[in-house]
Write a protein that binds this ligand. Structure first.
Ligand code: IPD
Length: 316
């Protein structure tokens, strides 16, 4: 029921309130003499895990186990530790304790805990909290998405997403108007990186055929490409209307579960980045994501042409 979903969202905010100070403490201690102990494991030289990722996930997981009987849990560090975490129809908390771990290690202040909840394998509640910038993003399926501070009531004191400054962004009719975000991710084998580089080239290079003004507005190259270092907060920039498009192949369900709810509730779309038809469960577990911001055209929807154009530019 709606009341139940609201109580789950409040519980998600409670988890973010517990985790926030621990993440902040780690972030601000990173240059202390113990910093050498910060990295506890490297899956490869760019896939970083710190003792704070593990500490936060343990804390959140035990809070869920204690207070949400019968619910399941999928967490980045739990899976990395070798536990089987299949997605089932049970209410399932899908958590990345620190999304943007490389940012965390380097002191780039885009780090967040991402807490999603699925029911019947469908993302229904999302809570994303950046404790460094004190930004709390929340969403419930069918009830809108909000940006607030951690100690505020999102509905009473928060701002509904997408934000307007003071007007909503214009309709996104082509990529030639777009600020696009993507990532190289943590798999750096050339066969993974090369197609990403080609997609970035397609998004940014000027094609001679685009010199004709008519074609330039139809498919022109993007205004710019950004890489924020966190899937969850990149998608929150899309939800706010600050970035037009986010796409990435490689993130996991804990990076995007909460963000899928929030982007959609902010009027945007999240689909398979390779244009496959998917159920929500297949999308969530599929590791290929394309998010496009809301655009306020007459119908109030994101233009399907913009989504299609993004997919065509990106797919290799
Ligand atoms: C990573 C970040 C990064 C993205 C990777 C994710 P982590 O999550 O979201 O931006 O490129 O695909 O795995 O390791 O910082 O939790």
């Amino acid at each position: 029921t709606d009341a139940q979903l609201i109580s789950y969202l409040e519980f998600g905010i409670h988890l973010a309130q517990l985790a926030g100070p621990v993440i902040s403490e780690g972030f601000h201690k990173r240059f202390s003499p113990e910093r050498s102990a910060l990295l506890v494991k490297q899956g490869n030289t760019v896939d970083l895990v710190t003792e704070w990722d593990q500490k936060v996930e343990k804390m959140v997981r035990s809070e869920i186990a204690g207070k949400m009987k019968g619910h399941a849990f999928i967490g980045e560090e739990t899976v990395a530790g070798g536990e089987e975490c299949d997605l089932t129809d049970l209410p399932t908390w899908i958590v990345d304790p620190i999304d943007g771990t490389a940012n965390f290690v380097h002191g780039f202040p885009f780090v967040a805990i991402s807490i999603g909840l699925t029911i019947n394998q469908e993302p229904v509640v999302g809570v994303i909290y950046n404790p460094i910038l004190n930004q709390l993003f929340t969403g419930i399926k069918g009830h809108g998405a909000y940006l607030s501070k951690i100690d505020e009531d999102p509905w009473k004191q928060g701002r509904r997403l997408p934000l307007s400054y003071p007007h909503a962004p214009p309709p996104l009719t082509s990529l030639s108007m777009a600020l696009v975000s993507s990532e190289y991710g943590s798999y750096r084998q050339t066969d993974v990186i090369d197609p990403k580089v080609r997609s970035m080239r397609n998004l940014s290079a000027r094609d001679p055929s685009e010199l004709s003004p008519r074609r330039a507005t139809a498919v022109g190259h993007a205004h710019g490409i950004r890489a924020l270092g966190t899937a969850a907060l990149s998608m929150m920039a899309v939800a706010q209307g600050q970035l037009d498009v986010y796409w990435e192949v490689g993130p996991w369900e804990w990076d995007v579960c909460a963000a899928i709810v929030i982007v959609r509730e902010a009027g945007g779309v999240v689909v398979d980045a390779c244009a496959r038809e998917t159920t929500d469960s297949q999308l969530l577990m599929g590791r290929r994501y394309l998010a496009v911001r809301a655009c306020c055209n007459e119908e109030g929807d994101t233009s399907p042409e913009a989504v299609k154009a993004a997919q065509e530019k990106i797919i290799q």
